[in-house]
Design a protein around this ligand. Structure first.
Ligand SMILES: [Mg+2]
Length: 169
């Protein structure tokens, strides 16, 4: 079960403490796109994402978009952001995460994965030995394949929160 647990679970990407990450020696963040940054039917990043990425950049932390979506989707989304980006990543397989580490020139300990899905982003991150932050999906609209997994995800999150509560007691 622990393979499905994130390092941290947050309401949104904007809750991520960039200064704290910097202090802990993080040098690269891998972001999922769909339902982590924007709903999957939003083609371009809003100003809030552009500003947040700028803040990360200014902290000296690099960014790679790692998405299972198509080249068209990822390229258009990244047009104004101009960060490293990988499409058709086949998460939870770890190949793209390892490629992202290479691009950002950082070790797995210096990296962090941020995503909305347990069975792709979190499981893949844990398999690659990279810390993960699970965020609540920005939209309840999902592609059909994801919809199927959400029920199971809810059960995993329940277990995770139970374990968390026990630790914090
Ligand atoms: Mg996603």
């Amino acid at each position: 079960m622990n393979k499905f647990f994130p390092t941290e679970y947050l309401p949104s990407i904007y809750e991520i403490d960039i200064d704290e990450l910097k202090k802990r020696g993080k040098k690269g963040i891998i972001f999922d796109i769909d339902n982590t940054l924007v709903p999957y039917d939003v083609a371009e990043p809003p100003q809030s994402i552009i500003a947040f990425f700028e803040k990360i950049r200014q902290a000296g932390i690099k960014i790679t978009l790692v998405s299972n979506n198509t080249e068209d989707r990822v390229t258009r989304f990244n047009q104004n952001l101009k960060v490293f980006a990988l499409h058709k990543s086949q998460k939870p397989f770890t190949k793209s995460f390892k490629k992202a580490l290479e691009l950002m020139d950082c070790s797995k300990e210096e990296a962090l994965i941020v995503g909305d899905q347990i069975f792709t982003d979190v499981y893949g991150g844990n398999s690659a030995g990279i810390e993960t932050i699970l965020v609540v999906p920005v939209s309840d609209k999902d592609e059909w394949i994801t919809k199927i997994k959400r029920g199971l995800e809810k059960r995993v999150i329940k277990h995770y929160e139970k374990q968390r509560a026990k630790h914090n007691r």
